[in-house]
Design a protein around this ligand. Structure first.
Ligand SMILES: *Cc1c(COP(=O)(O)O)cnc(C)c1O
Length: 460
């Protein structure tokens, strides 16, 4: 048995009328008085909580098991644990992390179809029962080292249109499923359901429909062979911000009818999902500082006399986080990152073709190949939004550049509301519509007080 060991993390409450952007301003003005202009993050945990409400509204039949690999910050995992949702762990360390927060074994799925034997043993001795597989060899390992496991067969999907396809690496074909189920039967193992992943950054909701239909076929095979098939896991792939090509609700509008058709509620099948990006992408704002700058003059381009030689100029900005740090998402997650200016440009400000580079000595360390920005100075700030998914969880300290500090904030109203929803259920849409409108415009209330009060929080 695990006992809850509440661990604390620090965050600030956002006072009414203030939003994460105000904290960006506050931190910038604090650090601009010193020479220490390190890059930093603002993480709005209220945004994570709001995402959960959005999930419950759009997918009421589906219990989320957050994919820890997407962002394993303690504060994020603990906030999600406090909501009572489940976790998708892919390794011993991820299992340790969520169990250290008192998450029950039944709320963990070990969703890595190819596991090291010692880690299967770890799951076994720590009570983690649900785990995925997609091969015969994995079944043999599980039979030997964890024979009470509740197995979930991962099937391949057509994820050719996803930003990050996963079925090149994982998932059994429909053809292979019967053989795998027969082998599980022979080994005396228990198969309880089917999982899939449509690929991270799904751009075609029909992939979900096909995968749900395929899962139905595999359920029928399992039932025929005498398994009690009772768990459908529809994986991840949901967008994390509203600037994605496909909106979350556009995907769920396709998923819900498919679930009702192939897995009607009266079949008693439990449906879960493994969202990662959805919960965390928009919660994180990264603020970087310009540490160096170069002006490149293209002598071949004639400039008119009037523009005083400005039209043949290209600017190179060097900032204090790069692709070996937070912007690893450009390499691994195929992300496209564009900055917002901290100092609003004047309406007639001249814009130049620019490139933006990270701080390391590697030529690969480029954040933006081409964009248009004004003539900025060393010491100026650039802001990148939607930086919560596949950023901090995969960054390195290559070349000795440290990871940015993360400042966690949360609005009281959001927290109270979520606590209420968790204890009393979802209110009618009318009552809570204010929540989704809330932080759009911010900082309307001018106040001479500090917008935040620091406090210790224990959300578990
Ligand atoms: C990475 C991963 C996820 C999360 O995917 P998102 O696209 O971030 O939602 C879920 N399940 C599995 C098995 C994964 O590998």
């Amino acid at each position: 048995m695990n006992t809850a060991t509440p661990t604390e993390f620090e965050f600030s409450f956002l006072e009414e009328g203030f939003c994460a952007w105000d904290i960006v301003e506050q931190k910038i003005s604090e650090s601009s008085t010193t020479d220490d202009r390190d890059a930093f993050y603002i993480c709005d945990l209220g945004d994570v909580l709001n995402k959960h409400l959005r999930w419950m509204r759009a997918l009421p039949r589906v219990t989320p098991f957050y994919a820890v690999k997407c962002n394993d910050s303690r504060a994020v995992v603990m906030t999600l644990a406090s909501l009572g949702i489940g976790f998708d762990c892919a390794s011993k360390t991820e299992i340790q992390l969520v169990q250290s927060m008192g998450v029950a074994q039944s709320r963990i799925i070990y969703a890595n179809p190819c596991k090291q034997v010692s880690q299967i043993k770890y799951a076994s001795t720590h009570g983690v029962q649900m785990m995925t597989f997609d091969s015969e060899v994995e079944l043999m390992k599980v039979a030997r080292y964890h024979d009470s496991a509740k197995l979930v067969l991962r099937i391949a999907t057509d994820d050719s249109k996803a930003v990050c396809p996963l079925s090149v690496k994982f998932g059994a074909t429909l053809k292979a499923c019967r053989g795998l189920l027969e082998q599980a039967k022979e080994l005396g193992l228990d198969v309880i359901g089917v999982s899939f992943h449509v690929g991270s950054g799904c751009t075609d909701p029909k992939t979900f429909t096909q995968a749900i239909a395929d899962a139905r076929c595999v359920f029928d095979m399992g039932d025929e062979l005498g398994f009690n098939m009772k768990l459908l896991d529809i994986g991840g792939g949901f967008p994390g911000s509203d600037d994605s090509a496909l909106k979350f609700e556009e995907i769920t509008a396709v998923i819900n009818p498919a679930l009702d058709k192939y897995f009607p509620a009266d079949t008693g099948v439990k449906i879960i999902a493994e969202p990662g990006r959805f919960y965390v992408a928009s919660a994180y704002t990264l603020v970087v500082n310009i540490i160096a700058k170069k002006v490149i003059m293209d002598e071949d381009l004639d400039s008119d006399e009037e523009d005083e030689g400005t039209s043949n100029r290209t600017l190179m900005y060097y900032v204090n986080d790069g692709v070996y740090g937070s912007f690893n998402c450009i390499l691994f997650d195929h992300a496209h990152c564009f900055p917002i200016l901290h100092k609003k440009p004047k309406p007639d400000e001249v814009m130049y073709p620019c490139s933006i580079w990270g701080p390391t000595c590697d030529g690969l360390d480029r954040i933006v190949e081409q964009c248009r920005l004004p003539d900025l100075q060393v010491g100026d700030w650039l802001v990148f939004e939607n930086m919560g998914a596949y950023t901090v969880s995969a960054s390195s300290t290559f070349n000795g550049f440290q990871r940015p500090d993360i400042h966690y904030v949360m609005s009281r109203a959001v927290r109270q509301h979520v606590q209420q929803v968790c204890s009393q259920g979802m209110p009618t849409p009318k009552e809570d519509c204010f929540l989704f409108d809330m932080p759009v415009s911010c900082g309307q209330e001018s106040s001479s007080e500090m917008p935040t009060k620091s406090c210790q929080a224990n959300v578990v």
